[in-house]
Design a protein around this ligand. Structure first.
Ligand code: PLP
Length: 402
């Protein structure tokens, strides 16, 4: 079976379900927003209604914003982060988690993730704690909720604030608790690939109306809700969501529960099939994670079983086989963005690599599949596993024959 990359027949000739999913509900929502004649939230009702619906679903008070990165930045502004304050972030995450800290004037301190769940490992926290540690941002990686019990307990003991990066975790549940039930700030993203989307968009979930009032002003050039006299209380930016985005997100939220259930069911099939392939290790699960919405279907190669196999080549070969595959995030400290912290006492990359072996492994040997592979049938999942097995077998054969 020649690889599609080498001109062979691809495993898949037909595509997986399209994303973003949309139908007449989105069309009607957009028309509603257009015909409302008020296209920003201050005069309209779509974004306000979306906030009420999203907040009720997640157990908190919601402010919709322009994107997930801004939700993180706004949250840190609300927490009063000061220059030089340290914020603990997982080394393995999308870069916004740590860039938001830099933009707020803080210092992101990367720590390693758990080898099974790929989420911030609570065991790493104590070693990096200093008198300047203010906030910890667990990321619910690919939809798997981080160990909120251990992180919450450690943070409470040391007067550190927890701020969830829930950009992958719409609708997730941990030990019977929704994201808002933890009583912390949480940032969501509605970027094109995320579990619900308006192309761009974000939300900050908060514990109370008092938080909302302050957040509202700070996402609107410092103006409180209802202000008509240019009362700018803080030098804040503009992160307001449009009515078009708010209307589309109401339609998308309406499908979230059904799509989450479908992805959960398909992931059982896909992860079991991936586990059968020697040297392929899918993301595991803490039994306390009751609902994982599966933003990404993630796995890593065991380099001992696949010595010398080039992960980037595996991903290119999978794409040629018709599978929407991507390389994993590099550790945040392996970016030029993070290098900008140099001169601030930043440890060098070799030292950070030594401290974060799991993030190094996942960055070098991990790959992920778009969640649309989990929105189809069990037969679709079987095709994905077949393609992974084919690619690894063929690449190993090529290595043997030199
Ligand atoms: C997508 C994402 C963000 C940022 O969201 P945007 O809407 O793209 O700005 C933040 N954190 C994580 C973990 C993400 O995956």
């Amino acid at each position: 079976m020649a690889l599609a990359l080498d001109g062979g027949n691809p495993v898949r000739r037909h595509d997986f379900p399209a994303w973003p999913y949309h139908d007449d509900t989105e069309r009607a929502a957009l028309l509603r927003a257009v015909d409302q004649g008020q296209w920003w939230r201050v005069g309209g009702s779509e974004t306000t209604s979306f906030e009420a619906e999203f907040g009720e679903y997640h157990g908190g008070t919601t402010l919709a914003v322009t994107n997930g990165t801004h939700a993180l930045e706004l949250g840190l502004e609300l927490l009063g982060l000061k220059p030089g304050d340290e914020v603990i972030v997982p080394a393995f995450t999308f870069i916004s988690t740590s860039i938001a800290v830099q933009r707020a004037g803080g210092v992101p301190v990367p720590v390693d993730v758990d080898p099974v769940t790929y989420c911030l490992d609570p065991q790493t926290l104590e070693a990096v704690r200093t008198p300047r540690t203010r906030v910890v941002i667990p990321v619910h990686m690919a939809g798997h909720v981080a160990d909120m019990d251990a992180i919450g307990a450690w943070a409470a003991r040391h007067d550190v604030v927890v701020f969830q990066d829930a950009a992958h975790a719409h609708g997730a549940v941990w030990s019977g608790r929704r994201i808002g039930d933890f009583g912390t700030l949480a940032a969501f993203s509605f970027q094109n690939g995320k579990l619900m989307t308006a192309g761009e968009g974000g939300a900050l979930l908060m514990p109370s109306q008092e938080w909302f009032d302050e957040a509202f002003a700070r996402h609107s050039c410092g103006r409180p809700l209802g202000d008509t006299h240019y009362e700018h209380r803080t030098p804040s930016s503009n992160y307001r969501m449009t009515e078009f985005a708010g209307a589309v997100l109401r339609a998308q939220l309406g499908r979230l529960a059904e799509q989450n259930a479908r992805r959960e069911s398909r992931w059982k099939t896909l992860s079991a099939a991936l586990r059968e392939i020697p040297g392929v290790v899918p993301q595991g699960r803490d039994p306390r994670c009751d609902l994982n919405p599966h933003y990404m279907a993630m796995a890593a190669l065991d380099p001992a079983a696949h010595p010398g196999t080039d992960r980037d080549l595996v991903v290119r070969a999978l794409v040629a086989e018709g599978i929407p595959a991507f390389v994993n995030y590099p550790p945040v400290y392996r970016t030029q963005a993070h290098e900008a912290l140099r001169g601030n006492g930043l440890p060098d990359t070799a030292e950070l690599a030594e401290r974060n072996p799991v993030s190094e492994h996942l960055g070098a040997h991990g790959f992920w599949l778009h969640h649309r592979v989990l929105l189809g049938t069990d037969a679709d999942c079987a095709d994905v596993a077949e393609a992974v097995a084919k690619v690894l077998t063929e690449l190993a054969g090529k290595k043997r024959s030199g």
